[in-house]
Design a protein around this ligand. Structure first.
Ligand SMILES: Cc1ncc(COP(=O)(O)O)c(C=O)c1O
Length: 405
């Protein structure tokens, strides 16, 4: 087994699951790493073999699609390197993510700059580094692309009324379909390659049919452009494929079948090349966040509910507990004995730094300061969201483990 840390500066026994679901597990590799070379807590441990397995699962669910890993989900260089070695492509949102992908072995033609919000200088930088695929949703960005990334392929992002996801994107990205038609027609006039439509159904999309309306909208846009002599070649299905947390997500194969059927229904004989940009579904289940109990307390002598304060909270990377949207499975070093209800909270002096007070969690009654609490399925949107140094707490460190079980 090899392990590396991505920043120069998790023994486990109860998974709490909604009834009828299968427990996410800690691989032997991660278990051994945490037992033999325990790093200071809190820390995120990524199992690279799980990353590879999930990449293979997404590929086999949708073999006809190019897979562009959304680097923002987890930018650990080891993750990017492992995926590049498997022939994965990359969805990036900034020059720094481009540099990271190139440094870890990605070819520039496998990189899609999918953030529609970018400065002219950032476009120019991306183009200079060889990136030739961009998403846009505005005239101003299109003009920047024509000026600073001449001849590049452009996706225009359409707005959707997204339903079924835990994290809908609202109206920040994309524009109305009739504007997409105009922007793509204009892209051709500006000498760009009008490649196709992109959309995002919202992250952690729990409905495999959640892509249907975006695919139908994209087909209408493609038909309107065909009437104007512009033939779109591709369709970018964005992110949204789920990971399993306390609740098991539907199998990825169901998503592949639903997407394939929707493309056939909506596009008929004009089938586009497909691209998908999974983030969470590839790295989410690969992560275990090892934390330590700082303090266990009660708010009154009559309270059954204990407050368990961990050395990681919202600002240390568990941002997706906001609104208690994601309920992570939790294991402790004292599992096995009697348990009681807890509120889980982070270590900072911020009143919002509470992880779960409405979602029911039970932890061992003898849990005490110094015990470990391992938070599972934390590979996505944790380390990349952790604050730089709020209240003096350093950013979440990532360790990647690899090799035989
Ligand atoms: C353009 C784009 N593609 C893909 C993703 C990844 O989404 P997910 O993690 O739900 O797969 C995101 C997430 O923010 C995104 O903005």
């Amino acid at each position: 087994m090899t392990s590396t840390t991505t920043d120069d500066r998790a023994t486990v026994t109860s998974v709490q699951l909604t009834q009828g679901t299968e427990a996410p597990s800690v691989s032997d590799r991660v278990r051994r790493f945490l037992a033999e070379t325990p790093p200071p807590t809190p820390c995120l441990v990524i199992d690279l073999e799980t990353v590879r397995r999930r990449f293979a699962e997404v590929s086999s669910a949708l073999p006809e699609a190019g897979i562009y890993y959304a680097v923002k989900a987890n930018p650990a260089p080891e993750v990017v390197r492992a995926l590049a070695a498997l022939g994965c492509s990359f969805d990036v949102a900034s020059p720094a993510e481009i540099d990271l992908c190139l440094a870890e072995g990605a070819a520039p033609e496998t990189i899609s700059y999918s953030n529609p919000i970018k400065k002219a200088a950032q476009v120019a930088y991306a183009y200079a580094r060889g990136v030739r695929m961009y998403a846009c949703d505005s005239e101003a960005d299109l003009d920047n692309l024509a000026a600073h990334a001449p001849g590049s392929s452009v996706f225009c992002r359409t707005l959707l009324r997204d339903k079924g996801s835990i994290y809908p994107f609202g109206r920040k990205f994309g524009c109305e379909p009739e504007m997409v038609v105009e922007l793509l027609a204009r892209a051709v006039e500006l000498g760009l390659d009008a490649s196709g439509v992109s959309f995002h159904v919202g992250s952690q999309q729990l409905d495999p049919a959640g892509w249907d309306s975006g695919i139908a909208t994209a087909a209408e846009i493609a038909a309107a452009l065909r009437d104007r002599g512009v033939e779109l070649t591709s369709l970018n299905l964005g992110g949204g494929l789920p990971a399993s947390y306390r609740t098991q997500a539907p199998p990825l194969a169901e998503y592949g079948a639903a997407i394939r059927a929707a493309v056939a229904r909506s596009f008929g004989e004009h089938r586009p090349r497909l691209m998908i940009e999974p983030g969470r579904s590839i790295v989410g289940e690969a992560g275990v966040l090892r934390s330590e109990v700082v303090l266990v307390s009660r708010k009154s002598y009559r309270d059954d509910t204990r407050w368990v304060f961990l050395d990681v909270g919202k600002y240390g990377g568990l941002v997706e507990t906001e609104g208690e949207a994601i309920a992570y499975p939790v294991l402790t070093s004292r599992d096995g004995g009697p348990t009681g209800p807890v509120v889980l909270a982070g270590p900072t002096c911020d009143g919002d730094d509470v992880l779960y007070q409405h979602t029911h969690y039970e932890l061992p009654l003898d849990l005490a300061a110094g015990d470990h609490v391992d938070i599972l399925s934390t590979g996505a949107y944790t380390a990349s969201y952790s604050s730089v140094e709020f209240n003096g707490f350093e950013p979440l460190r990532t360790y990647c483990v690899d090799g035989a079980e």
